[in-house]
Write a protein that binds this ligand. Structure first.
Ligand code: AN7
Length: 342
């Protein structure tokens, strides 16, 4: 049974007797074997940590459940976040169940449709900002400071605490840490959280932080003013957890990599049609990154056990799924169906 992150990891989270009980059944996501991709990458095992199976369809739920519980413990009656989509969907759901107001600020025109639908359905008040995520985050940080409304972006340390539980689950399921773990990096909260989790468990896998080529400030070593990528979740030019990401890379002996939109779509298709796992474009970036590294240096991952974190569900972004697919066949009259299916 899914007890939720707070109950399951109570001994490793900053809970008190006054922390409200809160769960939508987050966490406990599967590690799915991907043998065909493993062969392609040249590693012994590739496991997909499918975070799309969380209640709102992304890894954000692990940290949001704690951030919202702690906000209410501290007397908050409203929460606010900037978001490329998934954070807003998650915040909206947890605010709805605990009964506080939710405000979200999203960049103009670049949020996947499923994520917006979730925020609307859960009753969040949505502000569309003319600008990108980085500008939205600056704005909500100022508003939160001025008004005292709880800020639930990953600059909130409880988000990181909750998200570190994914590392615990991987160690628990495998019985040990993997040799390496690849994940997409946007605002860099999640790579910071994974590293915290692995360190607290006394382990040290190599971390591969993969960015989109048009939004790769950590690879370039400098912020990107106008980030662009089809993977709108990670269309971020100035990650708030920059220092945490650099520490994770350096201490793990890992690297930051960047992959083009074409590479992301290639991996996205391989995952859906070859591994049976439908994730959103940003979530395919780590697989694209591992493919790139192995093609550049065949044998690089020989004998290794790797994990790729698939951070969000494919249904989040139906427009990219349809838009990147081969054209649908023409509609046929019933009489021609047999012919069409051949
Ligand atoms: C699917 O929702 O930033 O590096 O505002 O939705 O911890 O930011 C989303 C980020 C990866 C990057 N994959 O994680 C937001 C937001 C998916 C995401 C990331 C996001 P971080």
């Amino acid at each position: 049974m899914r007890r939720g992150v707070l109950a399951r990891f109570a001994d490793r989270l900053p809970l008190t007797a006054r922390t409200p009980t809160l769960t939508l059944g987050e966490g406990d996501t599967p590690l799915i074997a991907a043998p065909r991709l493993a062969r392609e990458i040249g590693c012994r095992f590739l496991w997909l940590k499918f975070e799309g199976q969380n209640p709102t369809g992304s890894f954000k739920d692990r940290g949001m459940v704690l951030a919202i519980a702690k906000a209410v413990e501290d007397g908050a009656t409203a929460a606010v976040c900037a978001s490329t989509g998934n954070t807003s969907a998650s915040a909206a759901a947890y605010c709805a169940v605990i009964g506080i107001a939710c405000r979200v600020v999203v960049p103009d025109g670049k949020v996947a449709l499923g994520k917006l639908a979730q925020a609307v359905a859960h009753g969040a008040r949505i502000v569309v900002l003319r600008g990108n995520f980085d500008e939205a985050l600056i704005a909500v940080r100022a508003i939160a400071k001025k008004t005292g409304i709880a800020l639930v972006n990953s600059v909130n340390p409880y988000r990181i605490e909750g998200q570190k539980t994914a590392a615990f689950e991987i160690i628990e399921t495998l019985g040990h840490a993997p040799d390496g773990l690849a994940l997409p990096v946007g605002n860099a909260g999640n790579i910071t959280a994974y590293w915290k989790g692995f360190r607290e468990a006394g382990t040290k896998p190599v971390l591969y932080g993969i960015q989109a080529a048009g939004a790769a400030p950590l690879v370039l070593g400098t912020p990107v003013a106008h980030p662009e990528t089809i993977a709108t979740a990670i269309r971020i030019g100035n990650p708030a957890s920059w220092a945490g990401a650099v520490a994770a890379r350096d201490e793990s002996g890992g690297l930051f990599g960047k992959v083009t939109d074409d590479q992301i779509i290639e991996a996205y298709r391989m995952l859906a049609s070859g591994a049976g796992v439908f994730c959103e474009p940003a979530s395919a970036a780590p697989v694209a990154g591992l493919l790139q590294l192995s093609r550049a240096q065949p044998g690089r991952f020989a004998g290794q056990e790797l994990v790729a974190v698939l951070t969000g569900h494919g249904l989040k972004d139906p427009q990219t799924a349809i838009g990147s697919a081969p054209p649908l066949g023409a509609v046929v009259a019933p009489g021609d169906l047999e012919e069409a299916l051949r």
